[in-house]
Design a protein around this ligand. Structure first.
Ligand SMILES: [Mg+2]
Length: 173
């Protein structure tokens, strides 16, 4: 089984947040083709989970698309994964994150992935791992789409678009 643990802010979004006068974010920028890429991963039997420190906007966006979201505001992401999942020896873990809060989660992964504008500590970690991937894309500009494209190319995978459309129809938006 392939597991895909994904940070949200700075990976799916640009990491920019627009705040209202209460000091809470009311707007973030996501990239549509990353949502398509996530559906592509589902057709390849990846189990996808999101782990974010900021549930504002993120929880609704991802739950509207039928993904499970874990909130890591007061807990380390790797501790949540350890608590919630039991992995088999042949499971493969993919983790993707951009900031220092993701380091533990990236360290658990067989394939740690980060965007090109990740925090220097994360870039250094991913660059030193044999299976590490640093995308050319910056956060919010197709990081997931680039990873899925690479994965399909490296594994000679042709995607089943009927399956992707089927998944899309079940999403609220
Ligand atoms: Mg982040």
């Amino acid at each position: 089984m392939n597991y895909f643990f994904c940070d949200i802010d700075g990976v799916l979004t640009t990491g920019h947040k627009f705040y209202d006068k209460t000091g809470l974010p009311f707007s973030k920028t996501f990239y549509d083709k990353d949502f398509t890429a996530l559906k592509e991963l589902q057709t390849l039997d990846f189990k996808i989970f999101f782990i974010t420190g900021d549930e504002n906007i993120n929880r609704n966006v991802l739950e509207n698309r039928n993904y499970q979201v874990f909130i890591s505001r007061f807990e380390e992401k790797n501790d949540i994964i350890k608590r919630e999942f039991k992995f088999a020896n042949d499971d493969k873990i993919f983790s993707i994150g951009d900031d220092i809060f993701d380091l533990g989660m990236l360290k658990m992964a067989n394939v740690p992935i980060c965007p090109s504008n990740a925090h220097p500590m994360i870039l250094e970690y991913c660059s030193k791992q044999p299976n590490g991937i640093i995308t050319k894309s910056r956060g919010g500009y197709g990081v997931i789409a680039e990873f899925v494209g690479l994965y399909c190319k490296n594994n000679n995978i042709n995607l089943n678009y009927n399956k992707i459309i089927e998944i899309d129809r079940k999403e609220k938006f």
